[in-house]
Design a protein around this ligand. Structure first.
Ligand code: GRG
Length: 294
């Protein structure tokens, strides 16, 4: 199967499972919560994080079905972060994926609560998966909590907000990117490893791979923010520009930023070569991720 077909097939599998996990519940007085969650969750994301989880599990010879709940949990956490990031008190973005952001389509209160619901439900989904052993559940919950929590994405978001309007250097920006974006990408890869029963040495290789590819992903996002703002945001100028945020594209320039991402891709691939399994699937996805246009 070529990579484009693999991505499409896995994306459909993930969407089907998300659809089952978050159905509309017409008879509940708080059904608006599920409508709002589905509005954000089923609105055409690329599903990169859950695909990385499934692909990592498959690469290691694990049962991809055992990785499916962790994959969906990651998409829920990713979606929550986007909902909260779009709020007026954060990036104040009125559009996401070409549609009104959740707080515009519903209310700010619904956006806060829907994010809270998706974050907490992600952990419940893993705790209730019968295909996982108890020790796997604990390891998955631990990784997800750390990478989405204070040592990971939340730290990144705090540093990102505090850096608004400030002149920061490349090292500081790298530190923010690795936390804000990289932490969830590397968690996606680590979760695939845990679901597949990876060895300690394999988990170490995955950690290095995830850390580097997560940074590369955000650098490419910085470039797309400048080069394809309209396709990405539905507006000509991104909120990064409006909020005076430093990015790889503004600090280095577009071409050097692209080159940095390509060089990180090579480093990430070197870590895949130490897995002692055929890494071609993860290499193919990484290549797509770094050479994407949107
Ligand atoms: C508010 C708690 C809280 C955290 C926010 C991750 C994050 C921290 C905010 C999201 C905003 C942002 C620009 C993050 C950078 C990560 C990123 C590139 C998100 C977009 O990911 P894609 O391209 O999106 O995978 P799709 O739409 O495909 O799901």
């Amino acid at each position: 199967m070529d990579i484009a077909t693999y991505l499409k097939t896995k994306s459909e599998q993930i969407e089907k499972h998300l659809d089952e996990l978050v159905p509309e519940k017409g008879d509940l007085p708080y059904n608006q919560l599920f409508r709002a969650a589905r509005y954000a969750l089923m609105s055409g994301g690329k599903r990169l994080r859950p695909i990385l989880t499934l692909a990592t599990a498959e690469t290691l010879g694990g049962n991809a079905n055992a990785a499916l709940s962790a994959a969906c949990a990651l998409e829920m956490i990713h979606t929550y972060s986007l909902i909260h990031d779009d709020l007026p008190c954060m990036d104040d973005d009125d559009f996401r994926r070409g549609k009104p952001s959740l707080h515009k389509a519903f209310t700010e209160a619904h956006a806060v609560l829907t994010g809270d619901y998706l974050l907490t439900y992600a952990f419940e989904v893993i705790a209730n998966d019968d295909l996982l052993q108890p020790e796997q559940k604990i390891a998955l919950i631990n990784i997800l909590a750390k990478h989405s929590g204070a040592p990971g994405m939340i730290a990144g978001q705090v540093m990102d907000i505090e850096a608004e309007g400030q002149q920061i250097d490349l090292e500081t920006l790298k530190h923010i990117h690795r936390h804000k974006t990289g932490a969830i990408i590397s968690a996606s890869i680590a979760c695939g490893g845990i679901a597949a029963g990876a060895s300690k040495a394999q988990m170490d290789s995955l950690r290095h791979f995830g850390d580097i590819i997560g940074l590369a992903f955000q650098i490419v996002d910085d470039v797309i923010d400048v080069t394809s703002s309209f396709q990405k945001h539905g507006k000509a100028v991104s909120s990064d520009v409006i909020n005076q945020k430093s990015t790889y594209a503004t600090l280095l320039g577009v071409e050097p930023a692209k080159q940095t991402a390509v060089s990180l891709l090579k480093q990430a691939e070197n870590h895949l070569d130490t897995l002692n399994v055929d890494p071609s699937l993860l290499k193919g996805i990484s290549h797509k991720l770094v050479h994407r246009q949107i």
